[in-house]
Ligand binder design. Structure first.
Ligand code: GRF
Length: 218
């Protein structure tokens, strides 16, 4: 890969199945990027094994070793910046970030959230969708801003909620699509097709709808 291939820092807290989707997309050429580093706030997680298996450098910044969020985020930024990434990907990273950290990577940081935002920001999204009697759930990739799960959506994929579904059933069904839409959104950012301007997401110069690009599985 040439030197100006966009460099990604991928932040994880657990299994890293989305990380795996990025690793696969880079290796099959659909994501024009290199994964410069994988950073986990938890030691011993499966995502770190996935990174190591693909010879990707890893860093652990264990949040339990820090007395406050600011110190943790300062250490986190240091670990990330060592690798000079162009883009930061939150992939199941389960820490709330401070405004300073978020501003540092403004317009260059994406997150995936397992709901049809603006519905159900925060935790337990699938259970909340089931409890509300919704007929569908899904996932949203969005730019990260200071508002938790509130940055402009880039792409959204829907899945049906079937009678008798548990939150786990729904999570599994949704993950399959997460693995498609997240590398796709990242590839747009890497190609310079996607940007955030004045709090809105633009793709190829066009203002994206409020809920992002509507992904339809084939
Ligand atoms: C995904 O459902 C993602 O939407 C949420 O956390 C989960 C992470 O899964 N933010 P994985 O670690 O990528 O397997």
């Amino acid at each position: 890969m040439s030197d100006n291939t966009p460099r990604l820092a991928i932040l994880i807290s657990g299994s890293g199945s989305n990380l795996q989707a990025f690793i696969d997309a880079v290796s099959n050429g659909t994501l024009p990027a290199q994964i410069a580093v994988v950073v986990s706030n938890r030691p011993g997680v499966k995502g770190l094994e996935r990174a190591a298996a693909s010879n990707i450098p890893t860093e652990i910044v264990d949040h339990t070793a820090f007395s406050d969020r600011l110190d943790f985020d300062t250490a986190l930024a240091k670990s990330i910046d060592k690798y000079q990434p162009n883009i930061v990907i939150l992939a199941g990273f389960m820490r709330i970030l401070t405004p300073d950290f978020i501003r540092r990577y403004k317009g260059k940081m994406l997150n995936i959230h397992p709901s049809l935002l603006p519905k159900y920001p925060g935790l337990h999204t699938h259970q909340r969708a089931i409890d509300a009697g919704d007929h569908e759930s899904g996932a949203t990739v969005h730019f990260v801003t200071e508002e938790l799960d509130g940055g402009p959506p880039v792409i959204q994929a829907r899945v049906p909620i079937v009678s008798g579904d548990s939150a786990d059933d729904l999570a599994k069904r949704t993950l399959v699509l997460e693995h498609r839409i997240y590398p796709l959104a990242a590839s747009w950012l890497c190609q310079g097709r996607l940007c955030m301007r004045d709090g809105y997401a633009y793709l190829d110069g066009e203002h994206l709808p409020q809920t992002g690009f509507d992904y339809r599985a084939d």
